[in-house]
Design a binder for this molecule. Structure first.
Ligand SMILES: NC(=O)c1ccc[n+]([C@@H]2O[C@H](COP(=O)([O-])OP(=O)(O)OC[C@H]3O[C@@H](n4cnc5c(N)ncnc54)[C@H](OP(=O)(O)O)[C@@H]3O)[C@@H](O)[C@H]2O)c1
Length: 275
């Protein structure tokens, strides 16, 4: 894999799941890393893990507490971070939540806003705060979307809306950054075995659980490899997992007719006996 020595990489959501696994892989490939999330204790634990993954003793692993959903806090903390650590060569936007995976009729305006604030505004806030300092380095911006943005899913009206918004964001940003020599990558994983799914399982309807199983579950380490490869090869649109890529191909070729027909059958079967 590509060597990332002397590359400075900021990872939001770096204390857990996909962000943490990507940080660990990049540390093993020589990168200097800044992990960003809200809670101090998981950040400290993550830093200790990355220290153990480092390729050389010269590498710096830093942590910074920030709530990506708060624009003023983000711009202040990112300015401090750039002043203290330097501008990132690569920004990985992995912070995200999926707290209210439920029937749409159970979703209040506050629940919807909370998810959008972290998943959409959070990516906006951090990318906006770091964009100017990253220009000189011709930096790369990576955005974690989801397979839910490609297909939609039963129980995901809130989460899928937030992840689909990132597609439009990334498509537009790509046009603006390409002339500056900067790269955007957007990643669409199916289910990944991380703490996020513990939260989600509390409310996700059985039909949603059945739909998710169609694409299988990936490990965070596998997705981290896909992300690092996308960065190294400067790929824009990246779907981890053969099964999800095959479904997406089928979806595009049939204009969604085949994939919706299959998913409708899965939903019907799972929902037998349910309202
Ligand atoms: N797991 C999946 O099945 C899956 C599938 C497709 C896409 N994704 C996407 O991949 C990304 C990573 O997911 P994951 O599964 O790795 O999640 P995870 O294990 O739950 O980790 C989420 C990370 O985001 C941070 N975070 C949450 N809210 C934040 C906020 N307001 N400000 C700053 N940091 C915040 C968390 O730390 P704090 O709570 O301490 O802030 C944590 O570090 C997300 O964008 C997710 O939507 C996940």
């Amino acid at each position: 894999m590509k060597d990332f020595t002397d590359k400075l990489i900021y990872i939001t959501g770096g204390s857990s799941g996909i962000g943490l696994a990507t940080g660990r892989l990049l540390a093993s490939l020589g990168a200097d890393i800044v992990l960003l999330a809200r809670q101090a204790a998981p950040l400290e634990q993550a830093r200790a893990l990355l220290e153990g993954n480092k390729k050389t003793g010269r590498q710096k692993i830093r942590i910074l507490s920030v709530d990506v959903g708060k624009p003023t806090e983000v711009s202040e903390r990112m300015k401090q971070a750039v002043d203290s650590f330097g501008a990132p060569d690569i920004l990985i936007n992995s912070a995200g939540i999926n707290k209210y995976a439920d029937h749409f009729e159970n979703i209040t305006p506050d629940m919807f806003d909370e998810v959008m604030k972290v998943n959409v505004n959070g990516v906006r806030n951090v990318t906006h705060a770091l964009l100017d300092p990253m220009k000189e380095k011709k930096g790369q911006v990576v955005i974690l979307s989801s397979a839910a943005a490609l297909f939609g899913m039963f129980g995901y009206s809130t989460y899928a809306a937030s992840k689909s918004a990132l597609t439009g964001f990334a498509e537009s940003l790509r046009y603006e950054l390409k002339p500056l020599g900067m790269q955007v990558s957007i990643i669409f994983p199916p289910e990944v075995d991380t703490p996020m799914n513990i939260d989600e399982a509390k409310t996700l309807p059985v039909q949603g659980k059945a739909m998710k199983q169609m694409a299988g579950t990936l490990t965070p380490a596998y997705v981290a490899k896909v992300i690092v490869k996308a960065i190294a090869q400067k790929k824009y649109f990246v779907i981890p997992g053969m099964l999800t890529r095959a479904f997406y191909l089928l979806h595009r070729l049939s204009n969604g007719v085949l994939t919706r027909t299959i998913a409708d059958m899965v939903v019907k079967q799972a929902g037998r006996g349910k309202a």
